[in-house]
Design a protein around this ligand. Structure first.
Ligand SMILES: C=CC1=C(C)c2cc3[nH]c(cc4nc(cc5[nH]c(cc1n2)c(C)c5CCC(=O)O)C(CCC(=O)O)=C4C)c(C)c3C=C
Ligand SMILES: [Fe+2]
Ligand SMILES: [Fe+2]
Length: 335
């Protein structure tokens, strides 16, 4: 049926974009880190050991030892704005607000800690969003990161009688916009150094080797990102995996053992980039930029540089805008 000519214009639907990252403690102290780790490490998508076996070890040992050590590490990178991961994710959402038109609300959430995914999905619905794009900001898909973020959003939708329509951001490990943003950021970062690195390492968060054997594409996604980045830069990019947790075998080579071995192989100048992290965090700022540097210099290295993540840099935000706008296609078109 045609609308009569004098019918008032139909308002475009309100749309929500929820960018999501992993999450972080509320404070750099042992009680806050304990709360955060209890939630994080109780996620069966993260630790794939039957809960009946895992929970006694988690509650009896890990949560009584790790929080103090991790709180100290958080203290080394904490800023006036709080945890770097929280501050950068907040700034990313603020920078994207308004980028897709007045009817699109951009919000952010964390899988563990706050702001909670379930609360923000409910808030977007309460704000009138009829459509929501769930956007876990992990370039490489991993069930322990991407899938669990989506699960949590869907858990909130499950409780709704009248659900909004939903889309999820696919992995973007090989997206030309992401590779170009990375290459440009690395090129600028290298040009600003006062030395030319012998080796450039792309360090990715690790995961258990078993996860790869069970079919998770994360390892392949990481390797493809590094290959495409190397092609874009016209130089070799070595891959390594960091942040090993627990006693099981994790993806190799490990970043720390690679850094310790390089000087002995004649590579005394190194630069690292962490393409799997959309925001700098404990794992990049403390584990790599502080401890990684110490490991490398103690092993005989002479020059070390850690190149920051894309964060809320103009190039990083433009890349996110491109990816998100693509997923909003059709939703943004005039109704
Ligand atoms: C970017 C991808 C990530 C994957 C894959 C991942 C897997 C994974 N992580 C752990 C255990 C820990 N990770 C921790 C911190 C942490 N992990 C990621 C990202 C990925 N993790 C980020 C962005 C952060 C930083 C959070 C911050 O607050 O800055 C920690 C907590 C810190 C600590 O105590 O060391 C743990 C523990 C496992 C077991 C896992 C695999 C499946
Ligand atoms: Fe992690
Ligand atoms: Fe770590």
């Amino acid at each position: 049926m045609m609308l009569p000519a004098d019918h008032p214009p139909v308002a475009p639907p309100t749309i929500g974009v929820l960018i999501i990252n992993l999450g972080t403690p509320d404070a750099p102290d042992a009680p806050a880190v304990k709360r955060y780790l209890r939630q994080f490490l109780s996620d069966p998508r993260v630790v794939e050991i039957p809960q009946i076996l895992w929970q006694p070890l988690l509650r009896g040992v890990i949560l009584n030892t790790r929080p103090k050590k991790s709180a100290h590490a958080y203290g080394l990178v904490w800023s006036e704005e709080g945890s770097p991961l929280a501050a950068i994710t907040r700034r990313q959402a603020a920078a994207l607000q308004g980028a897709f038109g007045e009817n699109v609300i951009v919000d952010h959430a964390m899988r563990y800690g706050r702001p909670a995914i379930r609360d923000r999905v409910a808030a977007l619905k309460a704000a009138g969003c009829e459509r929501i794009l769930i956007a876990p900001l992990y370039p490489q898909y991993c069930a322990a990161t991407t899938a669990t973020a989506n699960d949590e959003a869907f858990a909130e939708l499950r409780a709704m009688r009248w659900q909004p329509a939903v889309r999820t951001l696919p992995p973007y490990h090989d997206d030309p916009a992401y590779i170009a943003a990375l290459a440009s950021s690395v090129t600028d970062g290298l040009a600003a150094l006062d030395f030319a690195p012998d080796v450039l390492i792309a360090t990715f968060h690790g995961m258990p080797q078993r996860t790869l054997e069970l079919g998770d594409p994360y390892h392949c996604h990481c390797r493809k990102t590094a290959r495409l980045l190397g092609e874009a830069l016209g130089r070799e990019v070595r891959v390594a995996f960091q942040s090993r947790f627990g006693r099981a075998k994790w993806l190799e080579p490990a970043t720390d053992t690679t850094l310790a071995a390089l000087p002995g192989e004649g590579a005394r100048k190194v630069a690292l980039v962490a393409p799997g992290f959309s925001a700098d965090c404990l794992e990049t700022l403390e584990e790599i930029a502080i401890r990684g540097r110490e490991t490398f210099l103690e092993a005989g290295g002479s020059h070390f540089a850690y190149l920051p993540c894309l964060n809320d840099s103009p190039g990083g935000i433009a890349m996110l805008q491109t990816l998100l706008a693509r997923e909003l296609e059709g939703w943004l078109a005039p109704q």
